[in-house]
Design a protein around this ligand. Sequence first.
Ligand code: ARG
Length: 574
Amino acid sequence: MLMSIAIQAISAHTGLEEKEISSLLEVPPQPEWGDVAFPCFLLAKKFRKAPQLIALELAEAVNREEGLTASASGAYVNITLGRSIHIPLMLAELRKPEFFKPDLGHGQRVVIDMSSPNIAKPFGIGHLRSTVIGAALYRILGETGYVPVSVNHLGDWGTQFGKQIAAYKRWGNEEQLQQDPIGESLKLYVRFHEEAEHDPSLEDEGREWFRRLEHGDSEAKRLWEFFVEVSLREFDRMYQRLNITFDHVLGESFYNDKMQAVVAQLRTKGLLEESEGALVVRLEDEGLPPCLILKKDGTTIYPTRDLATAIYRHEVMKVDRLLYVVGGEQQLHFRQVFAVLKRAGETWAEQCEHVPFGLMRFAGKKMSTRRGKVVKLEEVLDEAVARALSIITQKNPALQDQQEIAEDVGIGAIIFGDLKNNRLNEVDFSLEDALTFEGETGPYVQYTHARIRSLLEKAHAGTDTLAGSSIDVPAGERHAPDSTYTSDEMLGDAGWALLKQLVRYQGQLERAARQLEPSVIARFALDTAQAFNRFYVKERIVEGGPWRIQLAEQTADILAHTLQLLGLKAPYRM
Ligand code: ARG
C-alpha cells in the first residue's frame, strides 16, 4: 500500500504497532516536505526523551531504508517515498478487488428507510433528497460488508386520507382526477385546508372518513386504493429516471393491523397515560414532550405506525441496524419513537438511527404543500435534461445518442448537486451551476471520465508506445517489453499526486460508510478529477510510458466507480 514501507520502518525503529502508526500519520502541509509526516509526541513518554530528539533519531534510521528519504522537522519526521519503488506497488494495490471492498459490516443487515413520499401529494424535494442520499448509502454500505435492505415507507395512511376522501366527496371529479391525479389531489387538499379555516365541520368529516378507513369501510377503502394507485404510477416514473429500485415498498398502511399489538404492549408495560382524552407515553426523563399514541377518537398516528414498523423490521426482516433517511425537521419525531421503544424494553432501539438532511431549495423556492406552491420535480428533471442537451450538442455536435447522454448528464447533475453537500447542510440548488462542465459538478466528473476513455482509446490505437503495459494489445501487435524506463516515463509531480489521490479511495469509502455521508465520495470524485486534469496538463500520457497509461486507466475506473456509487451514469463519450 501507499505507506506500508514507511509504516514498517517506523514500527521497526519504535516498536509501535503498525495500526497505531497508520492512525498517527499525517500529510505534510507543504508537498515539498514529503509525502507523509509522523509526529513523535506520543513517543516522548515511552523513550523519556524530548520528541524533537526522537524525531531526529527516527529520521536518521528511516533514511537508511531503501525507498525512503526522511528528515526531522521539530517533533515530526517528514518522509518522502521513493517513486520507483512505490509506483508499481501502488498500481498493483489498485488492481486488487479487495481494495474496493473493505469489510466494515461483517454481513450486518441494515434497513434503509428512504424516499417515502406521501400518496396524493407531489413528490417533494425532501423526498428527492431522501431518495438520492438513501440510494447512495445503500450502495456505499453494500460495498463495505453490510447487507443493505431498502424500504420505501410510503405515506399512505393517516388522517390526511380522511381529509382527502372528504374533499373528494364534496368537490371531487373522477375524470379530472384520472387525468392529473396528483395535481387534482393537491387542489382538493388545498381547498380542504382553505375552507376548513371557516368551516370546522370539515375537519370532523375528514376524521370520520379516516376512522372508517381504519375500520375497513368499503367505500373509504375503494377511494383510498384509487389515490394510492394513481400516485404510485407517477412516483414510479420518477424512480425510473433516477434509476432507483427498492427491496421493499411497504407503506404505513401495511402496519394497520400491527398497531394494536404495539398499543397493547405499551399498556401492559404501564407506559400509556391519558392526556386530554388521548393516550400518550410520557418522556419527561428523556427531556422530550410526550409521544402521542392514540388520538381522542381512537385512531392511530404517525409515531404509532413508526413503532409498529420498527418492531416489524427488527422481528420479521431480521435487521441489525435501522436507518431513517428523513429530513432534519423530523428529528423530534424520531427521538420520541426511539425513546418509546427503549422504554418498552426493546434493547435493539440503540441500533435505530435517524440520518437527517438539510432543506433544499430550488432557486430560493421552498416546498409547501399546504399553500400548494410546489416546485414540480419532474419539471426540474426535464429542464436539466434539456439544458444538458443544448450544452452537449454545442460542445460535441457529432456525438451519437445525444438524447440518452443528455439524460445521463442532466439527471446526474441534479444527483451530484445534492450529494456533493454535507447532507446536513441546506442546499440552494441552481440548475445552471449544477450543469457547468468546469465547476464542482457531476458533469465535470463525467466529462473528465469520458475524456480519459477517449484518450485511452487513442493510446490503444498507437500500440508502439504500449510495450510492457498492462493494456490489452493483441499479442501479434505487441513489441518486446522494454524494461528500462527513461526518466521521461517516471511519473512527475502531477502524476505522483494523482496516484496518491487514487490510493486514498479505500479510506474515503470507509469514512463515507462510517459517517453515512455520501458527500465524502462526491468530494473524492471531484478531487480525483481535478488531480487528473492537472496531470493531463503537465504530463504526456499517451506517449508517456506504461505507468502513465495505467494511471489514466485506473483513474477512469475509479471515477466510473464513484459515479456509480453516487447513482450517476458514466458515459464513455460526451
Ligand atoms: N412520509 C413521510 C413524510 O413525507 C416520511 C416518512 C419517513 N419514514 C418514516 N419511517 N417515518 O414526511
